[in-house]
Design a protein around this ligand. Structure first.
Ligand code: BG6
Length: 293
């Protein structure tokens, strides 16, 4: 299908009713719904769907840079580019054999991209929906250059939550993190879970491969499983920053939480011909936790 700007979108749907919608602009997942039709990803009511900027919500791809510490635009250019459908992707060896519907996308650098980041790559992104509604994304970046180069990466995942003040993240306790609010200074997480009462913008380092985001009011837990993605970005802009963002409603920060599988602290270096793979799997399951857990 096409959106109202004429940009191609791919809809994945499984028989029990779960679905995902992917825009070729940015290779961005812009919707993920469970079998009851409930939207699981946040999208801003003020989102701008017009290129060149990424839509505020869903899962933008941050590549080849996360943040604004490098030479490129914030979060790199991949989320602002048109991707194409990859009809003949090379085989993947991570296939677990379970039945799923998928789309394969491809991004190669344009002349302009090469001017600001002079490294040839093929970025293959496979997005799949399993029969039970789990969403899997597999990114493969291949160096087709004559020289090694380095990049950072994140699946900038905007989860939809009922009330940010009631949400907790489990799996990041005791980890070190870099705090983007104080020039990436390093701290250690002291709480027994991450909870929210003000702006948070952190990069948790060396995290376990499974973390959980518990939304008590919706009685839903997002389980995030990842491979090749040691870091986890946790971001909520809270009240003041939201007001300064044109594409986010003033109160919408209450309904969103970004939890990104990422590679930031120790960027990936690829030698000529080498390939890197980063996998993210999202499940939304009814919580088995009581509210006073
Ligand atoms: C987060 C960063 O991941 O993305 C924040 O840590 C940033 O610092 C946010 O504000 C949103 O970035 P952007 O470019 O999509 O507005």
């Amino acid at each position: 299908t096409k959106d109202w700007n004429g940009i191609d979108q791919v809809v994945l749907r499984v028989p029990r009713g779960a679905s995902a919608r992917v825009s070729l602009h940015g290779g961005q997942v812009i919707s993920w719904r469970n079998e009851r039709g409930e939207e699981l990803l946040f999208s801003s009511s003020k989102a701008i769907f017009k290129p060149p900027k990424a839509m505020r919500g869903g899962i933008p791809i941050c590549f080849p840079q996360f943040g604004n510490c490098g030479s490129l635009e914030q979060h790199g250019f991949a989320r602002n580019k048109m991707w194409s459908i990859d009809d003949d992707p090379p085989p993947l060896n991570t296939n677990d054999g379970s039945e799923r519907v998928s789309v394969n996308l491809l991004l190669k650098p344009s002349e302009d991209d090469l001017k600001c980041w002079p490294h040839c790559f093929e970025f293959r992104l496979k997005i799949s929906l399993a029969m039970d509604g789990d969403l899997t994304m597999i990114s493969r970046v291949r160096n087709i250059n004559g020289k090694p180069y380095t990049f950072s990466f994140a699946y900038h995942t905007y989860l939809s939550v009922s009330d940010i003040s009631e949400v907790r993240i489990e799996g990041l306790e005791t980890l070190d993190y870099l705090d983007n609010l104080v020039q990436r200074e390093r701290f250690t997480e002291q709480g027994d879970a991450v909870t929210f009462e003000s702006e948070v913008d952190r990069i948790y380092l060396g995290s376990p491969n499974v973390i959980a985001v518990l939304d008590h009011e919706k009685k839903r837990t997002f389980v995030i499983r990842k491979e090749g993605l040691p870091d986890v970005v946790v971001w909520n802009p809270w009240e003041k920053k939201s007001k300064s963002m044109v594409d986010l409603g003033d109160d919408e920060y209450k309904q969103m939480l970004c939890v990104d599988g990422a590679v930031i602290e120790k960027p990936i270096t690829l030698k000529p011909g080498e390939e890197w793979t980063g996998l993210l799997e999202l499940s939304a399951v009814p919580s088995t936790y009581c509210s006073d857990h």
